[in-house]
Design a protein around this ligand. Structure first.
Ligand code: GTP
Ligand code: SPV
Ligand code: MN
Length: 600
C-alpha cells in the first residue's frame, strides 16, 4: 500500500481489528478535502456557508455531548503510576490495551478507515516529526488537512524505514446490526484518550472533537512529544510563537505558555496599540524547541493551522484572526445567520436579531443561552493569517529570546514580572495557576494549578518535567531565553478586568523586548524584576493610579498566603520536585518575610 513496510503492517493490523468497509490512504489534496466535506454535508452535520459571504467554508454542529477535550477520560499508560505522576490519570498499560482491544473490535463497521500521514512541522525540518492517524471520521480528515501537513510528501519523507507515531482514532459508532448513522457519531459513555509512552502510541475512542480526535495536536505534539523531548533533550511546549519587531527593524521571537482559552491565539497575532512595534505570527498553540549548534534555542510551530476559540474573537479584539477567517474555514459549534454566514458572542458588539444557534435551534438576543458554544472553534490554515511571519515555515526554526508564562488570575499576580534566572523562571512556570475555561469539560472559573500551561498535556510526571527544565538550564546556561510571568486578567472589586488587554498587551511586549537588551530599568522585588513607573508605556490608557498600582504592585500578603499552598502542591509530587525549585520557594519566602517585616 505504501513504501513503508512498518506502516503497511500496522494499517493491516488496525484494519483486522476495526473491520472497516473500506480503506483510504489520504493524499491531502483539495479534492479530498471537498469529498470529505461532501460526506459531512450528506450526513447532515456540515452546512456550506453562503459562497458570496464566506467562500469555501462550512459550519459543523457537533453532538452536544461532544464539545471539548475531556481531561477525566485522558490517560497516560506508563509502566508505573509514578511515571505518570499525580496530575495525570494513569492506567495500567496491559489493562488499557485489553479495554481498547474490545472497544476497537469491529468499531469501524459500515465506515471507511482513513489513513492520514501527517507531519508535525515543515516537512524536512530537523525539529519536525511524522505521525500517521487512522480515523473513521471525515471531519478529522478535513481538519487534519488544515491543521497539519498531510499527504505524499510526508510518505516520501518517511521513506521505507522511517519511524512514525501511530495514532488510532474512532468515533466509536459502528453502523451495523440495524443501527443507522447519525450526523455526528460519537460514544461519550465509552470515552478513552489513551497514550502509551513506552511505545509512543495514541489510541482515542468515542469523541470526534478537537484535541480528543485531531491526534496530531495535544496527544502527539504535547503528550507524546513531551516524552520524546525529555528523552532527547529538547522541549515540546503549549506555547504561541510571535515575532516582535521594533522601529529600528530589530526582531525578537517570543514564546508564551498560557492555559487553554487564556489568550495565546490573541497574543500571537495582536495589533500593537503603541507606535513603532509590529507583531507577526509564527504559531498560536504549540512550540517545539531544539538547541542549535550555536547554543541558541530554535522553535518551530509544529502545526499548519489554527483551531481557535471563536467567542470573543472580533475586529476590535483580534482583527487578524477575523481577516484570516474570510474563506476556506471550518467553523464548529458557532451560530448561523439567516443569510448563511456565521456569528458568535463577541464577533460584533450587538447580536443579529435572529440566529440559528449551535444546536440548530432558533435564537434571538436575550434568550439566555449563548448562540455559539463557549468552546466553539474555527479551523483555518495559518497561511491565511494576514500577519503570518515570512519565516513561519523556516526549517531550522526561529531563535527564541524570551519565554512568557501566564494564566487567568483575578488577584495577586501582577501584570508582568521578570525572572532573575532560568531557575526562578522555571519556578514561576511551575506555580502558574489559572481559572478553568470552556476548553475542557468541567467547572468554569475554578482556580487550579496549571504549570507551564501543561497540566492536561504533560505526558509524564509533572515534577520530572520541571526537572527537565532545570536540566536544560544547566546544560545550556549561556544563551537561554529570559523568562517572564504575565497576567492580563486581574480584576477590580466590581469584577471587571483592570487591564484592557488584547492590542494593549503590546505595551508589556515592548517592556520585555527592552529588558532582553537591558535597555530599560526595572525594580528588584521578591518576585523578580518589575517595571518602574515610567518604564512601562501607559500613555493614553486612562488607567487610574489605583489601577496602575494594583497591576504593578507586589502583593506581599497575597504571595505569603500562596506560599503554604505552593508547599502543599510541591509535596503532592513527593521526591520528584527538583531541589532547585524548593530552593526558589525558600528564597521567595525569605524575601517576602523581609519585605513584610520592613513594612511592619
Ligand atoms: P486555546 O486555543 O484553547 O489554547 O486558547 P488560547 O490560549 O489561544 O486563547 P485565545 O487567544 O483564543 O483567547 C481565549 C479567550 O480569551 C477569548 O475569548 C479571548 O477574547 C480572551 N482573551 C484573549 N486575550 C485577552 C486579553 O488580553 N484580555 C482579556 N480580557 N481577554 C482576552
Ligand atoms: C486547548 O484546549 O488548548 C486547545 C483546543 O487548543 S484542543 O485542540 O481541543 O485541545
Ligand atoms: Mn491550546
Amino acid at each position: 500500500m505504501t513504501q513503508n513496510e512498518g506502516l503497511d503492517l500496522w494499517i493491516n493490523e488496525i484494519k483486522e481489528l476495526c473491520q472497516p468497509d473500506a480503506i483510504r490512504i489520504c493524499d491531502g489534496s483539495p479534492k479530498e478535502f471537498h469529498e470529505m466535506m461532501g460526506l459531512l454535508e450528506n450526513a447532515g452535520v456540515a452546512k456550506k456557508l453562503n459562497e458570496d459571504l464566506r467562500p469555501n467554508s462550512y459550519l459543523v454542529r457537533s453532538d452536544p455531548a461532544d464539545v471539548a477535550r475531556v481531561e477525566s477520560r485522558t490517560f497516560i499508560c506508563s509502566e508505573t503510576e509514578e511515571e505518570a505522576g499525580p496530575t495525570n490519570n494513569w492506567a495500567d498499560p496491559q489493562e488499557m490495551r485489553g479495554k481498547l482491544r474490545s472497544l476497537f473490535r469491529g468499531c469501524m463497521r459500515g465506515r471507511t478507515m482513513f489513513v492520514i500521514p501527517f507531519s508535525m512541522g515543515p516537512v524536512g525540518s530537523p525539529i519536525a516529526h511524522i505521525g500517521v492517524e487512522i480515523s473513521d471520521s471525515p471531519y478529522v480528515v478535513a481538519s487534519m488537512h488544515i491543521m497539519t501537513r498531510v499527504g505524499k510528501s510526508v510518505l516520501d519523507e518517511l521513506g521505507p524505514e522511517g519511524q512514525f507515531v501511530p495514532c488510532v482514532h474512532s468515533v466509536g459508532f459502528p453502523i451495523a446490526d440495524g443501527i443507522v448513522d447519525v450526523p455526528w457519531p460519537c460514544n461519550p459513555d465509552n470515552l478513552y484518550i489513551s497514550h502509551f509512552p513506552s511505545s509512543r502510541e495514541i489510541w482515542s475512542f468515542g469523541s470526534g472533537y478537537g484535541g480528543n480526535a485531531l491526534l496530531g495536536k495535544k496527544c502527539f505534539a504535547l503528550r507524546i512529544a513531551s516524552i520524546m523531548a525529555r528523552d532527547e533533550g529538547w522541549m515540546a511546549e503549549h506555547m504561541l510563537i510571535l515575532k516582535l519587531t521594533n522601529s529600528e527593524g530589530v526582531t525578537k521571537y517570543i514564546a508564551g505558555a498560557f492555559p487553554s482559552a487564556c489568550g495565546k491565539t490573541n497574543l500571537a497575532m495582536l495589533v500593537p496599540t503603541i507606535p513603532g512595534y509590529t507583531v507577526e505570527t509564527v504559531g498560536d498553540d504549540i512550540c517545539w524547541m531544539k538547541f542549535g549548534e550555536d547554543g541558541q534555542l530554535y522553535a518551530i510551530n509544529p502545526e499548519a493551522g489554527f483551531f481557535g476559540v471563536a467567542p470573543g474573537t472580533g475586529m476590535s479584539t483580534n482583527p487578524n484572526a477575523m481577516l484570516a477567517l474570510n474563506e476556506n474555514c471550518i467553523f464548529t459549534n458557532v451560530a448561523e445567520t439567516m443569510d448563511g454566514d456565521i456569528w458568535w458572542e463577541g464577533m460584533t458588539s450587538e447580536a443579529p436579531d435572529q440566529l440559528i444557534d449551535w444546536r440548530g435551534q432558533n435564537w434571538t438576543p436575550g434568550s439566555g443561552a449563548p448562540a455559539a458554544h463557549p468552546n466553539a472553534r474555527f479551523t483555518v490554515s495559518a497561511a491565511q493569517c494576514p500577519v503570518i511571519a515570512d519565516e513561519w515555515e523556516e526549517l531550522k526554526g526561529v531563535p527564541i529570546s524570551a519565554i512568557l508564562f501566564g494564566g487567568r488570575r483575578a488577584t495577586v499576580v501582577p501584570l508582568v514580572n521578570e525572572a532573575t534566572s532560568w531557575n526562578q523562571g522555571t519556578f514561576f512556570g511551575s506555580i502558574v495557576s489559572s481559572e478553568k475555561t470552556a476548553a475542557a469539560s468541567g467547572t468554569i472559573g475554578e482556580l487550579r494549578r496549571d504549570p507551564m500551561a501543561m497540566l492536561p498535556f504533560c505526558g509524564y510526571n509533572m515534577a520530572d518535567y520541571w526537572q527537565h527544565w532545570i536540566d536544560i538550564g544547566k546544560r545550556h546556561g549561556a544563551r537561554l531565553p529570559k523568562i517572564f510571568y504575565v497576567n492580563w486578567f486581574r480584576k477590580d472589586e466590581q469584577g471587571s478586568f483592570i487591564w484592557p488587554g488584547f492590542g494593549e498587551n503590546s505595551r508589556v511586549l515592548e517592556w520585555i523586548f527592552k529588558r532582553c537588551d537591558g535597555a530599560v530599568d526595572a525594580v528588584e522585588t521578591p518576585i523578580g524584576m518589575l517595571p518602574t513607573l515610567d518604564g512601562l508605556n501607559l500613555d493614553q490608557l486612562g488607567l487610574s493610579e489605583d489601577a496602575i498600582a494594583s497591576l504593578l504592585r507586589v502583593d506581599a500578603d497575597g504571595w505569603m498566603t500562596e506560599l503554604p499552598l505552593i508547599e502543599d502542591y510541591y509535596a503532592s509530587f513527593g521526591e520528584h520536585v527538583p531541589e532547585e525549585l524548593k530552593e526558589e520557594l525558600e528564597e521567595l519566602k525569605r524575601k517576602l518575610e523581609a519585605v513584610t517585616v520592613n513594612v511592619a
